[in-house]
Ligand binder design. Structure first.
Ligand code: ZN
Length: 214
């Protein structure tokens, strides 16, 4: 059984990560840190260090580029993630996927629960599983609770693409990768995605690849 890092060593680990200055290296699937789950954030980093860590997550997410990044993806087993999606997509994609812009947000100790039975299934990818995408059916709407970076309570309903992003990032904090929830027959390389599956919905892909949609 792994020994949990004490507060001092988590802070030391983050200080060490931040010492390089630039975007942080992203951990890929196969690293146990993506599977172990995370400690609730409870002051393990003091306020200035937390602010620097959050800024490094933001820069790393932008550089990747991605629309969300969870602390374990940079090797830090803390219950913290960031999200932001400028949603630069055509109108038909925006409508079909509910991909509306999501402003930058820090999620501390988040958890979610579905609001209603509706499911939405679309291709998604993960910075820790580079080169691939797969269809995941997720709750169309979720209630997210937790805190922001200043410890203020967060209690908000997300729908459309932002609901997908917060589920994906919160799952990372529980050691869950999107592939655990994916329809594996939908697995597609980025090249196949670009050549074949740019439609707003995955219906054609479902027929051609042989997987079910909700
Ligand atoms: Zn991910």
């Amino acid at each position: 059984m792994a020994t949990p890092r004490d507060h001092a060593s988590l802070a030391d680990q983050v200080e060490e990560l931040l010492a390089t200055g630039g975007p942080l290296p992203i951990v890929s699937a196969g690293d146990p840190v993506l599977r172990r789950g995370t400690e609730r954030f409870d002051g393990q980093l003091d306020a200035p260090l937390l602010a620097r860590f959050v800024e490094a997550l933001r820069v790393t997410m932008h550089t990747a580029p991605g629309v969300g990044l969870a602390a374990p993806q940079v090797g830090v087993a803390l219950r913290i993630a960031v999200i932001e999606d400028p949603a630069p997509v055509p109108d038909e994609v925006r409508l079909a996927r509910g991909r509306v812009p999501q402003p930058f947000r820090v999620l501390v100790n988040p958890s979610y629960e579905p609001v209603g039975p509706a499911r939405a299934a679309f291709f998604e990818g993960c910075l820790s599983v580079p080169g691939w995408q797969a269809v995941v059916a997720r709750a169309a709407e979720v209630r997210l609770t937790g805190e922001d970076a200043h410890g203020r309570a967060l209690d908000e309903v997300f729908s459309g693409w932002p609901a997908r992003i917060v589920q994906h990032e919160t799952d990372h904090l529980d050691g869950v990768l999107y592939l655990d929830r994916a329809e594996l027959r939908s697995l597609a390389s980025n090249q196949a995605m670009a050549e074949r599956w740019t439609q707003p919905t995955p219906e054609e892909a479902a027929k051609a690849l042989g997987f079910e949609l909700p």
